[in-house]
Every structure is written in structure tokens, then in C-alpha cells.
Design a binder for this molecule. Structure first.
Ligand code: GLC
Length: 415
């Protein structure tokens, strides 16, 4: 059974390969997405190390002159997706979106290199690009010591509760008529609402109208919300970049120092009620809902006793870990995207942190539950954590990737 699933997972990765880059899933997401691509590389590394490095090289090849690595690279146009390259209008030689996505690439690259040291020269060539990207985050996004995202999509957790407060201040009433495409691929009840989409679009129009000036977007744009998830990922990415550089025999370009500086700013996102929380950096208001960004604290070495209690409660509250919102809260919505469901790739990321924090039992619970979900429902985008119903897109790249690299190969498992 598992051997069949291994073969199926490899077939999904190769089937979603468009020649040097991988789409998250056919139809719904027809381009190269930044953090999906990094996970794809991790998956490829279990059976084709060269292809793994190619994935990361294709992604970083579309870095902007200011260091940003964009959240989508539109290698070829595709009518099936909105908002496409014309709406973003970034003017890049190969069109891209105008925001970024959580910088997991260095973390994936480090694991890929550790599994096959013969690729050190390819890793060495990536280090300066990843370092420039991390510096970009600090210059263009870190405010009050933590990462502020300028658009919910930049967090990768598109419609999480975290962004509702900030989004309420975005005027979505003048965006004009448009035709969504996502709801023609998957069930609308599982997708963001029209009002949310109007505001997503208003933010894109603002960036375009201001020439995609990334510093201006953070300092003057309609939305800036501190994201615990991206902050923890960036800290970990800086640690991993330093390790990657050492393993590849090149200078770390200040990566270790960046991690230390960022750790010093974490107080901004500690909600006095006792958990890591997102916070509107325009108003100072915390979201007040314990959600998935907080589950990455261990990845950055930022666990606290209060978080241990929350972890135990969340694990006890659902059949399949980890829910993307504390399941004991009324806000928890088991099938709506980032408002409750469990996401296989995200579980892998949480588990890497748990393992490093010495929480082997909890990391193993995530691994076993995620394996059960995939065995029962297939390689779906995300699942209902209460009953395991598969949701969203099927034959998903990062779900297949973590099956191979985490569930089957044992990465993230206590040795
Ligand atoms: C959705 C997810 C985002 C992901 C993208 C492609 O937008 O929220 O995290 O990168 O789909 O899979």
C-alpha cells in the first residue's frame, strides 16, 4: 500500500513538473508558487537530487533586483487563474506577482544538501541569492522587530483570521468588475468570500499604482499585519542559511546575525493573554485568535510553557492534527481553508520544529495523523481535522512532496 502511494507521490511531482518548475496542482494553481516550490524540491530530493536543485534555481532565477523572490512566477499565461500577470502588472521580464511568500527555501535547501553533499556547488551558488532575499525581508517587511505582511497572500495563509482586522481597513469598493477562477475549480464554500476577494484585489491595485515600491508598500500601504508564521520561518531560514553556507564552504553573508536580531524583536507578537499572535501594525491591535502561525514557534526556538499547553489542547481537540485554529474556539471552521483545516505540508513544518524542541511524541503524532489522512483521502490540498474529509485541490505537489520527504523518508522523525 505504502509502496503504491510512494509511486503515486512521485507521479504527482513529475506530472506537475512543467519543465524546471512545478505547479502546485493542475488547474487551480497553474504557475510556480514560491513556498510550494521549495517543498517540491524537498520531495524531488528523495528520488532525483538534480531536479530538486533545478526547482530552487528556477525559483531564485526570478528574484527582483531589490532581492525579493516573488510569490508567483507566471512562466506562461493561463486563463484559468485570477489575478493573472496583467492584473499584477509588475513589468518583470518574466511576469511575477508583486509580493513574496514565506521564505522556507533555505530550510529545504539545507535538508536537501545534508542528504546529498555532492551538490555543494549548487548550494553555494544559491547562498548569495537567499541571503539577498532575507535582507530584503528585513529592509522591506520587518517593522517593530517582526515581519509585517502587506497582503494576506504574502503569509501563505490566505484567509486566516489573523488578517480580518487589517482587511477591515482596506477599501474594496472600487476594484471594478472581475471574474474569479478559483470557485470554478473547487467548492465555493471552502474558498474565501467575495468581500475578501475585493479587498485582496484593492491591495494589488495599490501596489501596482505605487510602482511596486516595496518599502512604500510596508510603510504607507493599506495593510501591514505582523505575522508570527512568516517571522518564525524567517528566523529559522536565517539559521539554516548559515548552516547551508557552512556546509557548502561559503560565507553566510550575515545570516546568523540576522536570526539573532530577529529573535530580539519577538516581544511585539506575544499577546499578553499568553500566546504568539498576529498584530495589526497600523493600530497595534492583536488578532486575539490562536492560529497556525503560532504553531511554528518551535521552528525558531521560540517555544514557551504557555505554548505547550496550547499544543496539548489543540492535539486533544481534533482527531487529526494540527488544526490551523485552536479547535476549542467558536471561530474554528473545520473546512474553510486556513480557518481550521489541517494542511499536510504545514504539519511537516510544525513537526520539524517540534522535533528540534525535543517534542518527539507530538512530532510523531503529526506524522502518523498526516499519513492516515493521505492514506484515507489521497494527496489533497488540506483536510477536515475532525473527520479527515479531503478538501480543496487534488494531486497536490506539496502533499506528495512531504509524503516522500517527511512521512516516508523519516525527516523530522526522532532518530
Ligand atoms: C493558496 C495557499 C498558499 C499556496 C497557494 C498555492 O494560495 O494559501 O499558501 O502557496 O495556494 O498552493
Amino acid at each position: 500500500m505504502s509502496a503504491d502511494l510512494d509511486a503515486r507521490a512521485r507521479a504527482i511531482l513529475t506530472g506537475n513538473d512543467r519543465g524546471g518548475y512545478t505547479v502546485p496542482t493542475a488547474g487551480l494553481y497553474p504557475f510556480q508558487w514560491n513556498w510550494d516550490s521549495a517543498f517540491a524540491a524537498w520531495g524531488f530530493s528523495t528520488f532525483d537530487a538534480d531536479r530538486a536543485w533545478t526547482e530552487l534555481e528556477t525559483l531564485t532565477a526570478h528574484q527582483w533586483p531589490d532581492g525579493m523572490i516573488p510569490h508567483i512566477v507566471f512562466h506562461r499565461d493561463d486563463e484559468g487563474y485570477f489575478p493573472g500577470p496583467g492584473v499584477w502588472g509588475t513589468g518583470r521580464p518574466t511576469p511575477t506577482s508583486g509580493i513574496s511568500q514565506p521564505p522556507v527555501a533555505a530550510t529545504m535547501a539545507r535538508m536537501i544538501l545534508e542528504a546529498d553533499r555532492s551538490k555543494a556547488p549548487r548550494a553555494a551558488a544559491l547562498v548569495p541569492k537567499l541571503a539577498a532575499w532575507h535582507r530584503w525581508w528585513i529592509r522591506a517587511r520587518v517593522r517593530e522587530g517582526v515581519v509585517g505582511i502587506v497582503h494576506p497572500w504574502e503569509s501563505g495563509r490566505d484567509n486566516a483570521f489573523d488578517w480580518d482586522g487589517g482587511m477591515a481597513n482596506v477599501d474594496g469598493s472600487n476594484v471594478g468588475a472581475y471574474q474569479r477562477r478559483d470557485t470554478s475549480h473547487v467548492d465555493a464554500s471552502m474558498r474565501p468570500t467575495k468581500a475578501e476577494y475585493d479587498r485582496y484585489l484593492a491591495q494589488v491595485q495599490w501596489g501596482k499604482a505605487h510602482g511596486w515600491d516595496q518599502v512604500k508598500m510596508a510603510d504607507e500601504g493599506p495593510f501591514l499585519v505582523a505575522d508570527p508564521g512568516t517571522t518564525f520561518i524567517l528566523i529559522r531560514a536565517c539559521d539554516d542559511l548559515a548552516a547551508l553556507a557552512a556546509a557548502a564552504g561559503v560565507a553566510d553573508e550575515g545570516a546568523a546575525e540576522m536570526a539573532e536580531t530577529l529573535r530580539g524583536g519577538l516581544g511585539t507578537i506575544w499577546n499578553p493573554d499568553g500566546y504568539w499572535d498576529s498584530r495589526d501594525l497600523r493600530t497595534g491591535v492583536f488578532t486575539g485568535i490562536l492560529s497556525a502561525g503560532a504553531w511554528l514557534c518551535w521552528l525558531a526556538g521560540a517555544g514557551r510553557p504557555e505554548m505547550d499547553a496550547h499544543l496539548a489542547r489543540a492535539l486533544g481537540g481534533v482527531r487529526y492534527a494540527m488544526p490551523t485554529v485552536d479547535p476549542t474556539l467558536p471561530a474554528f471552521d473545520a473546512r474553510r481553508y486556513w480557518r481550521g483545516p489541517t494542511w499536510p505540508f504545514y504539519n511537516a513544518l510544525i513537526a520539524l520544529g517540534l522535533r528540534d524542541a525535543g517534542k518527539a511524541a507530538e512530532a510523531e503524532r503529526l506524522r502518523v495523523d498526516t499519513a492516515d489522512l493521505i492514506r484515507g483521502g489521497g494527496f489533497y490540498e488540506y483536510f477536515d481535522p475532525t473527520d479527515g474529509t479531503p478538501c480543496g485541490g487534488k494531486d497536490f505537489t506539496w502533499t506528495a512532496a512531504i509524503w516522500l520527504a517527511w512521512i516516508r523518508s523519516g525527516a523530522g522523525r526522532d532518530a
